[in-house]
Design a protein around this ligand. Sequence first.
Ligand code: ADP
Ligand code: MG
Ligand code: MG
Length: 896
Amino acid sequence: MAKYVYDFAEGNKDLKDLLGGKGANLAEMTNLGLPVPAGFTITTEACQRFLAEGSHVDGLDDEIDRHLAALESAMGRRLGDAADPLLVSVRSGAKFSMPGMMETVLNVGLNDESVAGLSRQAGGNDRFAWDSYRRLIQMFGKTVCDVPGEEFEDALHKAKQAKGVRDDVQLDSDDLKSLVAAYKKVFSKHVGHEFPQDPRQQLDQAVEAVFRSWNADRAVLYRRQERIPADLGTAVNVVAMVFGNLGPDSGTGVAFTRDPATGESGIYGDYLQNAQGEDVVAGIRNTLPLADLEKIDKKSYDELLQIMATLEGHYHDLCDIEFTIERGKLWMLQTRVGKRTAAAAFTIAAQLVEEGMIDLDEAVTRVSGAQLAQLMFPRFDLSGDPTALTRGVGASPGAAYGEVVFTSAQAVALAGEGRSVILVRRETNPDDLPGMIAAQGILTARGGKTSHAAVVARGMGKTCVCGADQVEVGRDQFTVHGQVVHEGDVISIDGTTGRVYLGEVPVRPSEVVQYFEGDLDPALANEPLVAAVHQLMTHADERARLRVRTNADTGPDAARARRFGAQGIGLCRTEHMFLGDRRELVERLILAHNKTERDDALAALQPLQRADFLEIFREMNGLPVTVRLIDPPLHEFLPSLEELAVQVAVAKERGSSGEEAERDERMLAAVRRMHESNPMLGLRGVRLGLVIPGLFGMQVRAIAEAAVALAAEGGRPKPEIMVPLVGAVQELETVRHEAERIIAEVVGDSGVEVLIGTMIEVPRAALTAGQIAEAAEFFSFGTNDLTQMAWGFSRDDVEGAFFWRYLELGIFGISPFESIDRDGVGRLVRIAGEEGRATRPGLKLGVCGEHGGDPESVHFFHEVGLDYVSCSPFRVPIARLEAGRAAVESAGSDHR
Ligand code: ADP
Ligand code: MG
Ligand code: MG
């Protein structure tokens, strides 16, 4: 049978799965010989069993009996004994720290009789005993029996009022005795029976309440946000009570071994004299800085500092601790590797390397891409204390300000004049994309973290606040509680906190981005943070096996990504080269009556494309550039069906004729002809290339000519042509056949080499990768489409419609568009990689699509042996860091 209970002496810090973080670390401190009150831990497995069975766990009682007996004999006292009671705390503690999310009950074992015994133990301190008793009834009532906390607070408030005092400490033992009576009434009124007097019954009920608190609403919410699995359960720690509320020579506090905000070493913490643990955290009374303890109790202070040094030396990391001093005797109640800000994470890792506590490999595992991302966003300078207008969900971090606009077209127009705008919409849809790109930031009234606005903004690294539900969006103004904000008014939005401010809040750029950009103010070069980022990034690059490329469609994007450390372009989209004033050429192409008209349109487009490619190749000189042939359905370049239909009808009504009317009619016919009910599954990608003669050929020629032009300038172009949406090798072979002919013609003996490969984004392509590899020199996984097609849902439709429900039900823990679905989509990637390489050893494998910049996914792509990931320029450093971490971690697990 499973062992459900461990004495502190039986555990250690590596048993977090079983004992939870708190229990494992209490055990570790016990084994280090530090002063920890005796106790035992009930395992997470017991909790899992309890939650699964809904009640009683077989055998658990007996085990608790045995460990309690051992605890009693170690302490020389019996739980709740009338004359000389042992009291215990019953504390939650899961594998991952979930601060304040679950429950703890202190002073278990007190009842109407043992309260007198406790007073005697404390040298006749009645006040202390009754204070402890009222705390037990309050915590037990709230936590175990769901009594509304306000009822107890009201009673306490009344007691203070009756006495005419402000502070709890001013209540004497008689006041507290009456308060206990009042609390008991509150208890029996709500629960339907008296407060339990049997100590063992108190203990059992408290243990079960801690088990149940695992599924409390706030705990569930916290887990979802922090991506903590729902089935881990919590351990329960039963710890002999020590008392910080025995007078001025007692107290309780928290401390950090380094500053969790900046990482600097020093003495950080708070101390509260004559108080029990929960008072510090609850912030009821004003605490003293930890350094003041030196004056109050030098012996305990010195011992504490020594213990903190021991803990750092042992854990090789920042630790935070909880301690209590009972009449001049120091007790350790908790330690853990402390949470810290992103900046502190980098600084501390570098410091620990310098202090020789950890090596660089270990240091890169101590920081994460998510933390680096935080450091890269610009921030508001809030020193002027601006008041927020309203608040929504911080959906995509950053700080942005600009003039309010309400339509995508307006955003594009004003941004075109060099003005900075915030696009405000009730919610966004794919039509808003141009405006979202043009805007500095996006504010929506509806939708959460998986709404269209949120997802798209995150993908672009654009600041976004969504779901600001107090915002009423009108046509040319929005209101918040009656306050009107007009089009053209300036607002500032903070994508981290979700706060929205009226007016322009000053922004300061992140020094980390300045460092990557290479234009760091020299005065900042020696900042510990910048130095740490430099050191850890350098090491990550050295260790990484996976290369990091970027998705970039323009020269400036390419240049920026290169400064951010991109080792090439993994996805250069060509769609935008058909937009703007070139739209007219595309329309000519689509409306062409015959081959001559079509060829003319293509011939006009070709030099424009060549110039675009040349600019990008120049910026990426010497590095590979993967150009994707045109992918979206052509009707995306045409006017909308509704608008055109109206226009033509009106013209007919008026009897207008002439060239323009005729053109409109032809256009309408074309739009009707090309209308698709499922455009994502329609005429796009390679299908276009096979249906519209000369289209792909024109693009291939432009690419090859641009490469030859760069070579003629003395550059080293490395173009790669990528065919989208291939599902069958025959499609690729057909395109390849024509492309090779054109390339041979253009390249001649210039020495330029052009690779031809394909995207793997249709499930059939993944499953026939062995055949497709015959015609492909590389694969690039288009995981956005692959995810849509593997799951059979269209991203634009589902994220707003039902993802929230799927996340709530835990069907997935995180959107499969954000982080790769390892089991399904990931399996397709694995199969395609293996079978592709079986056909063509050395086949180059990469991934483009948002997953390339997602930390979790980067680790997966490392594991399955891809050669590179490609992501937006802004995410390149993040992917570099994660690629390094993935290499270090997999090397580490090989050793084991
Ligand atoms: P949390 O996880 O919310 O910090 P804890 O289980 O650590 O909850 O307990 C809450 C407070 O009670 C802490 O301040 C802790 O120090 C204090 N506490 C817990 N157990 C004991 C004990 N045996 N004696 C004295 N104080 C305790
Ligand atoms: Mg704690
Ligand atoms: Mg695609």
